[in-house]
Write a protein that binds this ligand. Structure first.
Ligand code: MV4
Length: 451
């Protein structure tokens, strides 16, 4: 099967390397793009060809649609994989690829657009009988309307930007008297952040778990799910640890939430790999929150559990092949956990770019490290500070935790600071070990006022 002759990877760092690896195994030639300061980056070295597309500032390089399309045309690339972040959820980019006759590895421009409008997709799925958090039906138009909704659902409420997502542009309001100002500020922030002031309101659920379902959908109407990932351990909406299965999920719960996710994907005619995000309260009530129309950082957790290479599946789906599995053929085996290793000050949680004097990732049974870092490489200050993903796969949760502790101990990164000490703290915390945690966990073990 020759899926594509040549593919351009419109990204950098570990995800560019991850996609190049899949291409190599499928005998697809690869083209890397890079900014002025990334000539020495690993994705450039691993790709068959590489094109410099602009300066360090991603606005003029990794986000520069005309430059990326010219690079694709110049190199005669048939397809573009966007990775995550950057242009991965930009409907105009997907559209521009289609217009240029280049296959965009991902869903249609229309699906990306629907997924990007958080208020609209919520409203659409609610109509299909998918449970959503009580709140406004679509965007809030005025202060009066916001107040009426808040009275109905009760405080605390949360204001979310329609074009936000991933926790960006959210604001919690605890008291009635704070609502007018909070709404104004939220709308102002949304306008500066996303170019649209549109916002919607929900009841704020204070102690929840964040559980998402990995979906695969081909262009013949087949949709399956690959189980859940528990992404509850976050700080300021940056995920830090993801695992599967969720410590709170029973087989019955998985079947229920999996079927909801498949129904949601069908409702928006989703194609390719995607994620349906839910929040789950302490009574195991499940509520849809958003759709991610890209490959996600934490996809390896699901790969370890299912034995399915999700990036290869993305390429096969984009080339028009049907899904090779039925839902009944998906088996989840053991337990997988991922730690995001960031170049950051572990006390202050601020980025810590710089030259890596020595880099020695762990290995051995059950350990996978996805990274583009190496000894002598300089972590640039211009991009996301995540420099590696440490993924372990054990027989069960206890085994996976033991492997992770051993792997964290082995990991040597010198010359910069990282959050490895934070991860070590988590993996010896009794509540984490028991699987008892919610979204307050990180603040509890690392109080925000300590910084
Ligand atoms: C929520 C919520 C509670 N109530 N919505 C955060 C990421 C984005 N995808 C949706 N998120 C949330 N939406 C309502 N109505 C809780 C989260 C949430 C969260 C909130 C505070 C601190 C950490 C969090 C981790 C995951 C999800």
């Amino acid at each position: 099967m020759k899926l594509f002759r040549k593919m351009l990877i419109a990204n950098r760092g570990e995800i560019a390397v991850r996609v190049i690896r899949a291409c190599k195994e499928l005998d697809i030639k690869t083209v890397a793009i890079f900014s002025d300061i990334e000539r020495e980056s690993l994705h450039v070295r691993f790709a068959d060809e590489a094109v410099c597309i602009g300066p360090a500032d991603s606005k003029y390089s990794y986000l520069n649609i005309p430059a990326i399309l010219s690079a694709a045309e110049l190199t005669d690339s048939e397809a573009i994989h966007p990775g995550y972040g950057f242009l991965s959820e930009n409907p105009q980019f997907a559209e521009a690829c289609a217009t240029a006759g280049i296959t965009f590895i991902g869903p249609s421009s229309e699906s990306i657009g629907i997924g990007g409008d958080k208020a609209k997709v919520k409203q659409l799925l609610k109509k299909q009988g998918i449970p959503v958090i009580p709140g406004s039906d679509g965007p809030v138009e005025s202060e009066g309307m916001a107040m009426k909704i808040a009275k109905r659902i009760g405080f605390p409420i949360i204001i979310k930007a329609s074009s936000g997502g991933g926790g960006r542009g959210m604001r919690i309001v605890n008291r009635k008297q704070d609502l007018p100002q909070a709404l104004q500020m939220a709308q102002g922030e949304a306008l500066t952040l996303f170019g649209s002031s549109e916002a919607y309101i929900e009841k704020y659920l204070p102690s929840i778990r964040h559980i998402e379902i990995q979906i695969l959908a081909d262009d013949r109407g087949n949709v399956i799910h690959l189980g859940e990932r528990d992404c509850t351990i976050q700080r300021r909406h940056q995920k830090l640890i993801e695992e599967s299965p969720s410590p709170v999920a029973t087989a019955k719960f998985r079947k229920k939430i999996g079927e909801l996710a498949v129904r949601a994907a069908r409702a928006i005619r989703y194609k390719n790999a995607g994620t349906i995000e839910f929040v789950v309260d302490h009574k195991q009530n499940v509520y849809f929150i958003e759709v991610n129309t890209r490959i996600q950082v934490e996809h390896p957790v699901t790969e370890e559990l299912t034995g399915i290479d999700i990036v290869k599946e993305q390429l096969k789906i984009a080339a028009g092949y049907p899904l090779p599995y039925k839902q009944s053929q998906i088996e989840l085996s053991g337990h997988a956990i991922e730690c995001r290793i960031n170049a950051e000050d572990p006390e202050k949680f601020v980025p810590f770019p710089g030259r890596i004097a020595f880099f020695l990732p762990p290995g051995g049974y059950g350990v996978r490290v996805d990274t583009a870092a190496y000894t002598g490489w300089t972590v640039p200050p211009h991009y996301d500070p995540m420099i590696a993903k440490l993924i372990v796969h054990g027989e069960d949760r206890e085994d996976a935790i033991a492997i992770m502790r051993r792997a964290l101990d082995e990991f040597i990164i010198e010359g910069i600071k990282t959050n490895i000490p934070f991860h070590k703290k988590v993996f010896s915390h009794p509540d984490f070990i028991k699987g008892y945690f919610n979204t307050n966990f990180v603040d509890k073990i690392n109080p925000p006022n300590e910084k």
